[in-house]
Design a protein around this ligand. Structure first.
Ligand SMILES: *Cc1c(COP(=O)(O)O)cnc(C)c1O
Length: 233
């Protein structure tokens, strides 16, 4: 495919995704500007990802640190979101590149983020990834483990927890994902009330289920396949 052909197709997919977000917002009387679309570029080259700002898409997500480093070098003027599991020894190189780390999935990683922030005197914006779907294979902090973890945040001034992230289990019928999204929102509400602080961001919804996630309060949706499925390989 030539770059012009890719541009044409990207425009169509982005238009359709924006319409879906708009419709979901209309259904529940939300302002569509309260939803940020994150383009998950993990299946496409830096060349393709670099076209996104032309279409007003400036929030990009990657799930592997090395790939994010490479693309961040090649693409300027975008905001990077780390959405995959990260090892502590990759924090040094990754955190300075990020707008937001969505995938803090353990107390050990949380402590390492706090240590990094303290060392560089820089508060680090993160989301806590919660395993609401309770699938063994999925990463994330269990709902139960949050009881112990959340109170620890008071002693972590360099971890700026902006909210929560989750991945729903795959279902052909996205309605079946609704319970997972409701649970994440309710967890957020619970911890806001318990700790008396704000957790404004809910990163939930992927290609198959983002309409439902937006209806349930997602402030960030992470879209890969629906934007880039055609360009794979
Ligand atoms: C790959 C990935 C996405 C995008 O998934 P699609 O179904 O392709 O839209 C979203 N979130 C995470 C954490 C991912 O790894």
């Amino acid at each position: 495919m030539t770059h012009d052909e890719i541009r044409e197709k990207l425009a169509i997919h982005l238009h359709s995704a924006r319409q879906t977000i708009q419709q979901a917002c209309d259904q529940v009387k939300r302002d569509p500007t309260s939803v940020t679309m994150i383009a998950v570029t993990k299946t496409v080259s830096a060349e393709i990802a670099a076209l996104l700002p032309e279409f007003g898409v400036t929030h990009l997500g990657e799930s592997r640190p090395q790939v994010l480093w490479d693309k961040a070098e090649q693409i300027s003027g975008v905001h990077w979101h780390m959405i995959g599991h990260m090892q502590r020894n990759k924090l040094d190189r990754t955190l300075p590149l990020l707008d937001l780390m969505h995938s803090v999935d353990s107390d050990r990683l949380l402590a390492a983020v706090q240590a990094w922030g303290a060392k560089y005197q820089r508060p680090v914006p993160v989301l806590l990834e919660v395993n609401c779907s309770r699938e063994e294979a999925k990463g994330g902090i269990s709902v139960e483990a949050l009881d112990e973890l959340m109170p620890m945040l008071a002693d972590m001034p360099y971890v700026n927890v902006r909210g929560f992230m989750t991945m729903a289990a795959y279902h052909d019928d996205p309605e079946q994902c609704r319970g997972t999204f409701v649970e994440l929102r309710q967890l957020r509400d619970h911890w806001q009330e318990t700790l008396g602080r704000e957790f404004p961001e809910l990163s939930m919804g992927m290609s198959n289920d983002y309409a439902v996630a937006v209806q349930e309060g997602a402030t960030m949706v992470r879209l890969g396949t629906t934007l880039f499925g055609e360009f794979r390989g």
